[in-house]
Design a protein around this ligand. Structure first.
Ligand SMILES: NC(=O)c1ccc[n+]([C@@H]2O[C@H](COP(=O)([O-])OP(=O)(O)OC[C@H]3O[C@@H](n4cnc5c(N)ncnc54)[C@H](O)[C@@H]3O)[C@@H](O)[C@H]2O)c1
Ligand SMILES: O=C(O)C(=O)C[C@@H](O)[C@H](O)[C@H](O)COP(=O)(O)O
Ligand SMILES: [Zn+2]
Length: 354
């Protein structure tokens, strides 16, 4: 069992990593929600049959009254329409300001349920129980919650920190290989942006079996890296920007695939390789860095290039939250393990991407 503290003033919380933790969800939630009587649990159609029963049993044994909403699995559920449905069902359940929302699932469930928690009754407590590798190493930590709009990804959202992140590495055993690989894209991202030693550690373990043999170390390392930047810059204006490495172009690839062709992890994988190539061309990233990243991504069958038109790049660059006016901050690697924001005009970036 390992615990990390996200030490934000007034909003500090633990990331609890423990095999079998799903069966302790009740007592662990009770520890951070002493006055709560009702829990509204959001999960999806794949996770519900696999893991929901154990969680609800444990929550009810700890004295919580529960209601569960199972959303259809997939990115299309991260929508304003689904958010409205959640709000209405929360009120029908009788949720009050001292009650809470539980997100049991991957990044889609976490982002959607988290935004519902941030907004219902002007904000109620929220617990993250991430069940994908991506959600465990990235989306459940740091409080970015959102839904997608027609125009693009994560365009309506909030910063709303959970009261607890409870992760059970055993739930990763039921993941399809492709979903495990999506998580590896964000795992590899941490090596690229913050920790060259961790990148080498991953490069020496280029398979699901080898990563799972060290899973507690992997989860702890990624969450610790994310925790460190979130504590420094919760609102994503400085240090936290590094977590967006590969995402400006990644969001363009998700858009190019109409949010169905490519998963977030796949799009980020190709986005990191393209960003490394851009950095190499601009003389900021050491030659050969993109190849090293691509080789590791390929070991997990992740794409290293995704077709995208100039219009799709322009649309995504225009919506990127790191942009203001005609400028954008692109994350580039100064060296393996060190990402830096690089300010350039949107026009110059689009020219480079041609
Ligand atoms: N908030 C953040 O900081 C942040 C960070 C990274 C990504 N994201 C968002 O996260 C989303 C992607 O998350 P994701 O990759 O977890 O996708 P996802 O939530 O769609 O989950 C992927 C698939 O795995 C299934 N699944 C989940 N847990 C399972 C389990 N234990 N066993 C079997 N199947 C399981 C799901 O039903 C789904 O079909 C994107 O919307 C992305 O924008 C947010
Ligand atoms: O937590 C962060 O900060 C991140 O940027 C993590 C990313 O992996 C994640 O995909 C995030 O949702 C992207 O946010 P956005 O601000 O680019 O919408
Ligand atoms: Zn991401």
């Amino acid at each position: 069992m390992k615990t990390l503290r996200v030490d934000l003033p007034g909003r500090a919380y633990d990331i609890h990593i423990e095999r079998g933790a799903l069966d302790r969800a009740g007592e662990l939630c009770r520890g951070v929600l002493p006055r709560c009587t009702r829990l509204f649990v959001v999960t999806d159609s794949n996770v519900a049959p696999l893991h929901l029963g154990r969680v609800v049993k444990s929550l009810e044994e700890a004295g919580f009254e529960t209601a569960c909403q199972e959303i259809p699995a997939g990115e299309s559920s991260k929508s304003p329409a689904m958010l409205t449905e959640l709000w209405e069902n929360m009120m029908d359940f009788g949720l009050t300001r001292t009650d809470a929302v539980v997100a049991l699932g991957g990044g889609v469930v976490g982002d959607l349920a988290g935004f519902a928690a941030a907004t219902i009754l002007r904000g109620v407590d929220f617990i993250q129980i991430p069940t994908t590798l991506l959600a465990q190493v990235d989306s459940s930590v740091g409080g970015k919650v959102a839904v997608d709009l027609r125009a693009g990804k994560n365009l309506a959202g909030a910063f709303w920190q959970p009261k607890l992140v409870l992760m059970d590495p055993e739930v990763l055993e039921t993941l399809p290989d492709g979903v495990f690989a999506d998580g590896m894209a964000e795992v590899i991202k941490y090596g690229c942006i913050q920790d060259a030693v961790f990148f080498d550690f991953l490069a020496q373990r280029p398979s699901r079996g080898e990563i799972m043999a060290e899973i507690e170390h992997v989860l702890y390392t990624c969450c610790d890296l994310k925790r460190s930047v979130v504590v420094e810059d919760e609102r994503d204006v400085g240090a936290r920007l590094v977590l967006n490495f590969g995402h400006t172009l990644g969001h363009a690839y998700e858009l190019a695939g109409n949010y169905t062709r490519w998963t977030h992890g796949q799009a980020v994988a190709a986005g990191m390789v393209r960003a490394a190539a851009l950095g190499e061309k601009l003389g900021i990233t050491p030659a050969g860095t993109g190849e090293r990243i691509a080789a590791l991504l390929k070991a997990f069958a992740l794409p290293t290039a995704i077709p995208c038109t100039a219009e799709e790049y322009a649309a995504a660059v225009g919506l990127d939250k790191k942009g203001s006016g005609g400028d954008i901050q692109v994350l580039l690697l100064e060296e393996m393990g060190k990402a830096v924001p690089h300010r350039m005009t949107k026009a110059a970036l689009l020219e480079e991407l041609k």
